[in-house]
Structures are given as C-alpha cells and as structure tokens.
Design a binder for this molecule. Structure first.
Ligand SMILES: Cc1cc2nc3c(=O)[nH]c(=O)nc-3n(C[C@H](O)[C@H](O)[C@H](O)COP(=O)(O)OP(=O)(O)OC[C@H]3O[C@@H](n4cnc5c(N)ncnc54)[C@H](O)[C@@H]3O)c2cc1C
Length: 355
C-alpha cells in the first residue's frame, strides 16, 4: 500500500485554504497552521473583491477563466453564488492592453464609446473616453468563499504561529508552539509572513511592506447590477471600484508609493489615502463623498503586477503575488499538485496547460 502523503500548509488565507482543499481532494493528510484567530483575516479579509478576466497578459486571462470554473465548482458544492453577474468595466490607459489580452486568450469583451456609456451604469460624472466591458467579471462574495473553504479545512486547522520551516531528509520540519512536526511537503502561503519563514531557506520572496486601504461610501442611487470598475485615467488616480453592499460603493487607489511606504506608518498612510480618494470622488464620481467604512491591509512594495510566483527548495514551496483572490483556486490546485509531484509551477506553464 502506498503511504499517505503528509503535507503542511502555512497560512489560512484564500491561497492557503485553496491549497488545503486541493491537497485533501488529492488524498493527502494535511495540517494547516494559521497564526490568527480566524481564517482569511489578513490580506483576504473583508467581504468583497473584484473578479475579472481582464488582464494584459493572455496567460493571466486564461488562468482567471480557469479560476472562474473552479469557483463554479465551489458554488455548486456550497449551493451559494461566489462571483456576481455584474461584469467589470475597464477605462483609461489600461483599455488597449487589456482588450488585447482578452482577445488573445479568446475571451469575450466589448468596447463602448462615450456616447453609449450610460448603459455601463458607472457612478461617473463624465463618461470615460473608451470603456472595455469584461462580461465575465463580477463581485466576489468573500464571505461565501470563506465559509466554503473554512468548512473544508476546519478539522485540519491549527491556530499557532509557525516559527520556522527547515528541510529535513526528503521532507521538512515545521516548528510551532506545540513542537516540531515532520511533513513530506510544506507549502508556505503566509502572505506578509512568508518572507520571514523562507528567507533563511534561500528563497527570495519580496519582503518590503506598504500600507493599503480602500474606502466605502454611500451610493444611494446605485442600481443593483452596477459593474465593478477598474479606472486608470491618464494623469489621474488609478482606482478599483465596486459595490460592497446595498447602496454602498468601495474605492481603492494606487497611491504614490512614498505616501504609503511602511516607514510612513499606518495612520499617515491611511490619512493620505483618504484624502486622495475623497478628492477623486468629489471631482469624478456621483457617490456621496463621505467615508462610512474602510478595509486596511499590507501589500508588498514596490507595487507588484497581477500574478504569482512559486519557488521551491527541496520539499518546501513558497508562493507570493498580487491581487491573488481571483486566481486563488488555480494557485491552490497548482501548489497542491506541485507538493505531490515535485514540480515548480509558473503562471506561464499553468496557462499553457489551461489551453
Ligand atoms: C483591500 C484589498 C483589496 C483587494 N482587492 C482585490 C481584488 O479586487 N481582486 C483580487 O483578486 N485581489 C484583491 N486583493 C488581493 C487579495 O485579496 C490577496 O492577494 C489575497 O487575499 C492574498 O491571500 P493570501 O492567502 O496570499 O494571503 P493572506 O490572506 O494574508 O493569508 C496569509 C495567512 O498566513 C497567516 N500567517 C502569516 N504568517 C504566519 C505564520 N508564521 N504562521 C502561521 N500563519 C501565518 C496569516 O495570518 C494569514 O491568515 C485585495 C486585497 C486587499 C487587502
């Protein structure tokens, strides 16, 4: 009889939990270490994200389409919708590149001239010059994903911070408060905690942090099917925007890195982000310029493009990337497969296998 593989996943964010689900589906015996009191509490926190196929890189479009299919499997299993039907609109300097990426990957899209912009249902004072509709995008229901993945991992979760991971023979040892634990493979999906865990193993994961905060404002006139919006106006603030509740609109901005650098401190970075978003809202949007909620997280600096990188040393895999929520189902499956077969996946190799 073949021995059952023993695997550890460090981090119960959306990436770690997706990996746990895929490893268990492959028959592995899994332990998931999480330093926080709850799952999906750091970079995966909050209740909404944008899902979109739209990327400049056709490989990422293919991976997002594959991720959508896995979200669909989870939706069927959970009996609950995870990605909304409202679509995603892209405007500004990003339109041409993303339209090309969608086209190259064979995904549906549509360009809309200003004269037709009313049907986009955006909360914009002025119609964007040209807009791109990504009809397969929509709002991700983070609570639904958290409930589903949390349930699939509940009996293998250990709420302890991992202090170190060390290679040991053909496997690795994970050290936590309860002692040293041996595994055949270890997947480090610890978000902001990953560099500290794998740096001493020679894996080069970017370690400089920055602050990020998105804000929620009242949107009393919002139609319920208002699409998500990625807006990159020339010379203006690059924002991502979406509905985050009934008559609520959320706006996050790509800030000047100097204003949100780690050394600036969370308070000053939040204040600068708040000023920038409010000024943008007053100038360009029809939503109320009044902040009623916010969601803070760390990001990795300098700002990373969308996508992910997997590194390996021996039986230890580490993953990092940006805007990973939408790709997490695929990243989790890839990490699980790699833990089992010893490979090191890349976005390009996975996209090629996705067709
Ligand atoms: C405000 C905001 C808006 C975003 N918008 C989008 C979007 O619209 N679309 C999109 O696709 N993505 C978006 N993202 C990005 C996306 O949410 C993240 O990339 C994704 O959630 C990262 O998941 P993760 O599992 O890698 O990290 P995390 O969720 O941070 O999970 C890592 C986990 O590891 C745990 N951990 C760390 N160190 C240790 C240790 N030593 N021992 C044990 N546990 C440890 C942490 O407690 C944490 O739970 C957004 C992020 C934020 C914060």
């Amino acid at each position: 009889m073949t021995a059952v593989m023993r695997a550890a996943v460090i981090g119960a964010g959306v990436v770690g939990l997706s990996t746990v689900a895929a490893l268990r589906a492959a028959g592995a015996e899994v332990t998931c270490f999480e330093r926080g009191p709850a799952v999906m509490g750091e970079r995966s926190a909050g209740s909404t994200r944008i899902f979109r196929l739209a990327h400049e890189d056709p490989a990422l479009v293919r991976l997002a389409r594959w991720a959508r299919a896995i979200f669909g499997e989870w939706e069927s299993a959970a009996g609950r919708r995870m990605i909304g039907p409202e679509g995603c609109v892209v405007s500004g300097t990003a339109v041409a590149g993303m339209a090309a990426g969608l086209r190259a990957a064979g995904a549906r899209s549509e360009l809309v001239e200003p004269a037709g912009a009313a049907r986009l249902r955006l909360p914009a004072r002025e119609p964007p010059a040209v807009s791109l509709i990504d009809p397969e995008g929509g709002i991700t229901d983070v609570d639904a994903v958290r409930a589903h993945l949390g349930e699939r991992a509940a009996d293998v979760l250990v709420h302890e911070p991992v202090r170190s991971v060390e290679p040991h023979g053909a496997g690795a040892v994970v050290r936590s408060a309860s002692g040293s634990h041996r595994f055949d493979a270890v997947v480090v999906a610890a978000g902001a905690g990953t560099p500290a865990l794998v740096g001493s193993l020679g894996l080069d994961v970017p370690s400089t942090l920055a602050h990020h905060v998105r804000f929620t404002l009242p949107d009393p006139g919002a139609p319920p099917d208002r699409p998500c919006w990625i807006d990159d106006p020339a010379g203006g603030l690059h924002t991502y925007q979406h509905r985050s509740g009934p008559r609520q609109w959320t706006v996050g901005a790509s800030m000047d890195p100097a204003l949100v650098a780690w050394e600036v401190g969370r308070e000053a970075a939040e204040a600068a982000s708040r000023r920038a978003v409010l000024a943008h809202v007053r100038e360009r949007l029809t939503v109320e310029p009044r902040i009623v909620g916010s969601l803070y997280c760390t990001t990795t600096a300098p700002p990373q493009g969308d996508g992910f990188v997997v590194q390996r040393t021996g039986s230890v895999l580490a993953v990092h990337g940006a805007n990973l929520f939408k790709l997490a189902p695929v990243v989790g499956r890839a990490l699980a497969a790699a833990a089992v077969d010893g490979s090191t996946p890349s976005a390009a190799s996975l996209a090629a296998s996705a067709g």
